[in-house]
Design a protein around this ligand. Sequence first.
Ligand code: SAH
Ligand code: MG
Length: 915
Amino acid sequence: MPTATATPTPKAVIHQRYGAKAVYRVDEVREAVDGVCPGLALPQSTRCVYRCQLDIPGVLSVSTPGTFVRKKDAEQAAAQIAIEKLGIQPTSNIPNTPEEAWEELISRISYFFTDENFPTSSHPLVGHLSVTLRRTGDFLGKIPISAIIACDVKVHTLCKIIDPKAEFDPLLVLSMIYNAAKQSPGVSVSNRNFWIQSQRPYSPEAVDLALQCWSGISDPIRVEAVLIPCAMEDGPKMVSLNISENEHYMGDIALKLSATDPSHVLVSRTVDKASSEMRFYFPAPDVQFVSDLSKQLVDDRENRNMNCIINKRASYISGQTIYGDAVLANVGYTRRDTELQTDHVNLCTYYRILLRKLPDGIYKISKDSILVAELPCVYARTSWKGPSPRDLLCSFCRLQRLSEPYFAANRCANDGRIAKENPDMFKCSVKIYSKKRDLLLEYSTDYSWSKETDAIQNSALKVLIWFNRYFKQLNTPVEKLYLPKSTDGFTIYPNIFLQEFAMCLSVYGKTSGGDSRTCSAVGYFSMDTSYQQLESSAFLTDIDGQDSGVFPSHGSLACISYSVHLFMKDSRKRYLLEVNNEFEFEIGAGAVRNQLESCATQLSVNQSACFVDQLSDRDLSLAAACELSLDLSKICRDSCVLEFSVKVLQVTEPLEDRMEKALFNPPLSKQRVEFAVRHINQLHATTLVDFGCGSGSLLDSLLEHPTTLEKIVGVDISRKGLTRAAKSLHQKLSKKLLLQTSVPTAVLYHGSVTDFDSRLYGFDIGTCLEVIEHVEEDQASLFGNVVLSSFCPAVLIVSTPNYEYNPILQRSALPNKEEEQEQDAGPCKFRNHDHKFEWTRSQFQRWATRLAASHNYSVEFSGVGGSSDEPGYASQIAVFRRMARNQGESSLNEDDSHQPYEVLWEWPNASIPSH
Ligand code: SAH
Ligand code: MG
């Protein structure tokens, strides 16, 4: 498990020594997966594992004796072997005490200004020195202290040892270097400004060399940058920096910031990816440490007469204290090149950096879908796209300047529920610490997983979702969010928590703007995927294309193309914010904006439609807009809407179905239908009710078989499913009518199977296929009781997955998965993430036997898929039969009429419901 003080990885150690000389070669090896599955249609699979060879020419060559499931593990192992062979001791030459650090800081500064190190060294400070040597007059040879801060990591490390606060405070770093420079031999600093220079003039040879480095006259460079005003009510705006060849680049930044001169410009740490030179530049506050401070540094910020205020947005982003107006610019010298490196920074870049700090920001950016993608609420190893929840949580903590999250995955004792094949399960708790290692959030869970990584990833996702929700409700009263011990496994330590998120709160919280019309910066919250939520439907317009009958359903993978425009009501202008020609997501996983999911599920493949959604989040829209116009920076919720245009390109069936299809011939669903038909015929049943009929697959297929049925009824809680069922039943029945075969009547009811409706009393046969596992266990028991005590069908058939069969399904549904993951475990704990439970045979049998006994039914067990041998059928089935009625128990009389169900569709006389 990661700790706060990360030791360098073996690869990093090798890289430090040998750089690009070290060459890793990874070979793929195929290895048979053991364990043969009975009765499978698929051939047995092999898996990919890796071996690595590390060559450091002229030094050594090693290779890993064994194989690894992940490429990176193979490489690290090879590096580790090399380290051992070479006897490398990971050394550190970092001083331990503040005093030692102070001495070293002084000599470090001198070092920069000695002729030998200049200008042949590849240190980025050389760039600054060369430019100052081409200046004339007073500025000749002077560089701003900030340049040292920007260029030298070592200086930073030393400052942090002298005073850990330096990490968060560029001004403190400036004062340290200033004071150290005063004691550095050969270096002089001015008394009034923050220039630093060599006491002796540079040797003519050095100057010549510096000038030679220069590539000659070139035009001034124009670099776009963003000004972040200190006042929160002023939005960020674009500025152009004009960097001329003979001037120090901080000169123009100083002008933009109205600073006295470049030496009065301070720099933050880099704020984007490690390779970028993007930083905030801001004016040094008017401080007095210049002449009064001697060697030791006293942080007497309060006593200083500081005529400045904190720039909240810049401070929040950089995690450092930044004063006054700030310029976000990407310019600087690097080790890679002697030339000044520049890159444009526009408003969109700024909003993306802001977005990256949110718990779901990196996820949205990684999916290249800022307005549409949402952090999914479930994790399944095979269907998860983009950085893993654990990586996301680590990045989030890093960007929020917290310590690395602490994951504790432990084996938990077999709780008796799990059969012999799963002797060990893992649970993972997570702790989030501040930089100072104070605990601020703790998550512990009762969920267990058969794989350690699943336990970690799932817990990481839970924590991310918690943060996501917190960030979207920043304006709710503090007391509500920090119950001392919350119910769902989270414990928050409010004092530390609030302290760590204070800057974030002041940027996003109620103080920001104060005007509710300029929407909340972070936007609204959506993660609940209860049925109600999914039913909330987008109002579609411009529906185009034929209904192909293939539609995305719960658990399926939908591939869509979409575009999002911003429409400004006042000016009637339209701006393209985001387009995506191929975007894949899982229906029901909360992986996209609600309205979009609703849209996609109303369409079939090849259909397209438009809908309009509220502009929920201004910053998001700005982060998406690649071409930001002036108008866009002024958008606010009231005057704009988002226009979505969506086309469904392709639908891949739910994983559960895919697994079932891959393994069984005929498919498991078909086998379930055939099972039901056998019982209908045996019984000469004339009436049938399908509890939880979904989109009507059973009812539909029953019509393809000759049966004695005269009336078929479906009940479901999902209107969407029922609407689908209505459409396909309508087609089937119409066709049957044309062929003049006997046609049963049909009704579809909207309602919950846990409620009794007297219209369905005493049917010949009731079916409830693969439904109970979609409700909580107590609801499943309630359903059992209601059906057998009130609906009283002569026969009830209940099917549900057999948990013990999962390893076989999962192993064979995912042959030849690519690299990274271990092969032997399934994609998720259950077959479908909507399942609330999956029972072993003994659990199911216990449930059914008790139920039957208490309602005077008999019960027999059977199943479809596989055989009754170990580990049992893939789908286990209980067949309940009503026994002779007890005395006193009578059939339903008229007064008992209780009809909570709503008729959604009826045949004949049917009109097809629309969404
Ligand atoms: N029986 C179908 C569908 C199974 S999916 C088949 O075999 O294909 C599970 C179905 O149960 C979904 O359609 C879901 O909407 C439905 N469902 C879940 N809880 C329900 C409840 N309380 N009442 C009625 N239907 C419910
Ligand atoms: Mg199911």
